[in-house]
Design a protein around this ligand. Sequence first.
Ligand code: ZN
Length: 210
Amino acid sequence: MVFDFTEKEKGIQPRTIWCLGRNYAKHAEELGNAVEERPLVFQKGLNALVPINRTQQLIRDHGAVHFETEIIILMDRNDKGSFITGIGLGLDLTLRDLQSELKAAGKPWTLAKSFDGAGIVSRFIPIKEIPSLNQIRFTMVLNQEVRQRGDSSQMILPLGKIPGYLEEFTDLMPGDIIFTGTPEGVGVLSPGDEVTLDLAGHHMGTVRFS
Ligand code: ZN
């Protein structure tokens, strides 16, 4: 998979998928989690990554599959260091029942977050077309009904500070993607559902589930 940009830009191959959890207070509350200053961080494997604008079969036999709509960041790097090159939208699909079970047992969530198809990504809009990183609005429409509405202004760790936070632990490289956490309104997906994503007035794609 090579990332798409709205304008002609270099194609970048995906590398590492970083994900933030509990970066919006109202979502942390809806799942009964504490609100902390520094969001938690986990990864999805590259196996999880798929483009939007397709029909995707939902994983079966492991309980509820939840959608989490998230702003995603694409990183690049030059001789001065890493920088955000594009902004898109993603769906962090989660096997919620399995995740709750694993959480309760103090075990890692990997299988609940990194099954094939668990990271659905849109194209990326070049950063220079985004007027303010801290005021990016997005919506997720499920079967023609708005189910999630978010704004990067609601993030606990502001969007522009997320790369620096991760860089306390790692050098971010071209093709690294960061899922930045979901606002409230997450819910269950069922076969036949159609999800459309919109970022700052740009249609970012549609995915159908079977
Ligand atoms: Zn998430």
